[in-house]
Write a new protein. Sequence first.
Length: 136
Amino acid sequence: MEDCIFCKIANGTIGSNTVYEDEDFRAIMDIAPAAMGHVIILPKAHAANVFEIDEELYGKGMKLAKKLAAAVKQATGCEGINVLQNNGTAAGQTVFHLHIHIVPRYDEDTVNVKWKPMSPAAEELAAMCEKIRNEI
Ligand SMILES: [Zn+2]
């Protein structure tokens, strides 16, 4: 896509701190990291989100996330890692070219991916389970 900044970075038109590259992906240092060592994986082919991306490619991206999470952990000495992939504004997506975040975590960091757990009634939970099952 012509005006997509992540297409330009993934394909090398715009420079980046590249930690990994293969024929399908480029992984770079996020320029506005949540924590030092925050890496994002960009597929070279444009897809806005999980709904649009090719299933095989998504699988490869997640496999790569595992490999890079291990490297980030070794390099930073972090205590934990979040692997995040946001889809849609409501989910915190700000660039609409799918990307996978690898965020190193520390006990006292300022990263916030916590939520307040709900307590749905058993019937509500079962009804939603059925609804999702019917969509698969
Ligand atoms: Zn793109």
